[in-house]
Design a protein around this ligand. Structure first.
Ligand code: 9MR
Length: 576
């Protein structure tokens, strides 16, 4: 944090008086969907201006006046900014922000402001379904034919192309969601995604029992969220081999072109069983067995059996790490640490809750929580969430350690959120490929801290995360397609790129800015890569709304899930 104008407020104010008469401030950066009446409401203005803020309702009546706040630097964008807190306005309505002149778009305060976002961010999982047509009655103008029936997926290495002798052993690996802008289906990434969606259900069951968003119903007794999740659980179950081990992914050998699902017809392979995939599978199957038990005992039993055998396989094969074969170029999803400790921890926590068998808690005790997570590459925090919130059967010391893990992370985030220029609870390492999902996952930690303590300031931190994703950012956009006043129009998403529909599929969170620039064409040899956006030298600025930018403008299931969680949490908590 750098404050640098506390020195001479009067001088600055006088100087700026004349300035503001001629130059309007840059527009406010603010959550474009608005705020619940009781929420913390912050507005960021880039620049250094002594003009105060006046908030008026649509009839022109002034409802709040604030003096100019101190100027702070935000290292992630290299900007000076001023942040106003307009939380005092609690009356539902539409407001306009004046700093001298009116610049910007209206700010809404009201109940249910994120309701449509929750539905759309979940509906997107339906749009990502492989192996079925999307009918117009559900998909509207994004209706499409089925792609990737995946009923004859070749086991990698069993056919002539990939090194085997025969025609190739095939399995049925139908259903499941496409991972992202590509058409692959990956177990590791499905793991954290399904966890996050199930966690949303577990934390806010009444809210989700009542929520619908128009998807086809195969299991009408299920709440709609569990119907959608089952579509992917069914697929995950297909990737477990008879010995309990789980394959890493179902993909083509190389990424296909920017075509509709039905036109992406290269052979698909189930590629290489391994320990982390088996443990991620074990964890979510165990979790799902608990969640589905009351509504579908047979399905719950099947999942729990699958979870236990996957865990047993991983224990027997601790060195089975996925290594991408030379002829496979689709997503890697190989966690960097690769000792499997975080995956073992998570699976053990879920399996102990589901079975109460002592050996799982013993394993958990031998493998203490760390401070990390959560993202697909480190699932430690998921085990801490599990034990901290569902503590009844765990030993006291394990519960205390889990709560400490969650609360330490939450307290660190809150400190940054409350003191940084943009009021954004983010760490330096949050600015990576999929940075927007890091912000959403940070929000999820803060929601868990709220659920553990009931302290509203953690909810305010979660709000700060959502605000960033919905407009309180230097790009002045929501990072969610179809939402807010300005949003990404050209996501890296094959269906949206190839369907000839103007609007991208709605409800998708794009990856977001960071300095990796893996998609920039530096050598001129890779025409599919991006024209240079390399001039951006700050992480929060390095973003381009162009389909070429798979590093900043792609979409992914593990990014949408925490967005849905965060928006749903605020809805469920504030609407009570
Ligand atoms: O989200 C993944 C990110 O953490 C990695 O840095 C990146 C490069 O390996 O891959 C991302 O995941 C992609 C996956 O490999 C394939 N489908 C699209 C995913 C989102 O870009």
């Amino acid at each position: 944090m750098n404050i640098h104008n506390g020195v001479s407020r009067t001088c600055v104010a006088l100087a700026a008086l004349s300035l503001s008469a001629v130059t309007a401030s840059a527009g406010p950066l603010v959550n474009q969907l608005g705020f619940y009446p009781e929420a913390e409401k912050t507005v960021v203005y880039p620049g250094n201006d002594a003009t105060g803020l006046e908030v008026r309702d649509l009839s022109g009546k002034t409802v709040l006046k604030l003096d100019a706040p101190d100027v702070y630097d935000w290292d992630y964008s290299g900007e000076e900014v001023q942040t106003f807190d307009i939380s005092a306005i609690k009356t539902p309505g539409t407001y306009r922000l004046y700093r001298g002149a009116y610049v910007g778009t209206p700010v809404v305060i009201g109940n249910g402001v994120y309701g449509d976002l929750v539905k759309a961010s979940l509906k997107w999982f339906y749009y990502q379904r492989s192996s079925m047509a999307l009918e117009p009655q559900y998909a509207g103008k994004w209706a499409r034919a089925a792609g990737h029936m995946d009923d004859k997926v070749i086991i990698y290495g069993s056919d002539k192309v990939t090194g085997g002798k025969g025609a190739g052993k095939v399995i049925n690996s139908a259903r499941g969601w496409y991972d992202a802008g590509d058409y692959g289906k990956y177990i590791v990434n499905s793991g954290i995604t399904v966890f996050t969606l199930l966690e949303a259900y577990e934390n806010f069951p009444q809210y989700f029992d009542a929520l619908t968003w128009n998807i086809p119903r195969e299991f009408p007794k299920y709440p709609e969220l569990l119907e959608e999740i089952r579509y992917n659980l069914d697929w995950m179950l297909t990737l477990q081999d008879k010995d309990g081990g789980v394959y890493h992914k179902v993909t083509t050998l190389k990424f296909g072109g920017s075509v509709l699902p039905e036109d992406d017809t290269a052979p698909r392979y189930a590629i290489i069983k391994n320990m982390p995939a088996s443990l991620d599978f074990a964890a979510v199957m165990a979790q799902a067995s608990v969640v589905y038990r009351n509504i579908d005992k047979a399905y719950a039993d099947k999942m729990l059996k699958a979870a236990e055998s996957a865990y047993a396989w991983a224990k027997k094969n601790p060195k089975a790490i996925y290594k991408q074969p030379a002829d496979v170029q689709t997503g890697g999803y190989v966690p960097g640490d690769e000792n499997g400790k975080d995956e073992f921890r998570w699976a053990a926590a879920e399996l102990f809750r589901a079975t109460k068998k002592k050996n799982y808690q013993d394993d958990l005790k031998k493998n203490p929580f760390t401070a990390n997570g959560a993202w697909w590459g480190d699932v430690n925090m998921l085990s801490a969430f599990r034990v901290a919130l569902d503590s009844a059967d765990f030993d006291k010391d394990v519960v205390a350690a889990a709560k400490k893990t969650v609360m330490n992370e939450a307290n660190n985030l809150r400190t940054v959120g409350d003191t940084s220029a943009y009021r954004l609870p983010a760490f330096p390492w949050s600015w990576n490929w999929g940075s927007n999902s890091a912000m959403a996952n940070n929000g999820m930690v803060l929601v868990h801290a709220y659920l553990i303590t009931g302290d509203k300031s953690y909810l305010d931190g979660a709000q700060q995360c959502l605000d960033y994703l919905l407009g309180k950012n230097p790009q002045d956009i929501t990072y969610v397609t179809g939402f807010g006043y300005r949003s990404p129009r050209n996501p890296h998403h094959r269906p949206s790129e190839s369907d000839m529909v103007d609007d991208p599929v709605p409800g998708m969170l794009v990856g977001g800015p960071h300095l990796g620039k893996q998609d920039i064409n530096l050598d001129g040899k890779e025409p599919w890569k991006c024209p240079n956006y390399a001039a951006a030298d700050k992480p929060a600025l390095a973003y381009i709304d162009d389909r070429c930018s798979y590093a900043t403008n792609e979409v992914a299931i593990n990014w949408n899930a925490p967005l849905a969680y965060l928006a749903a949490a605020l809805e469920a908590i504030y609407s009570k």
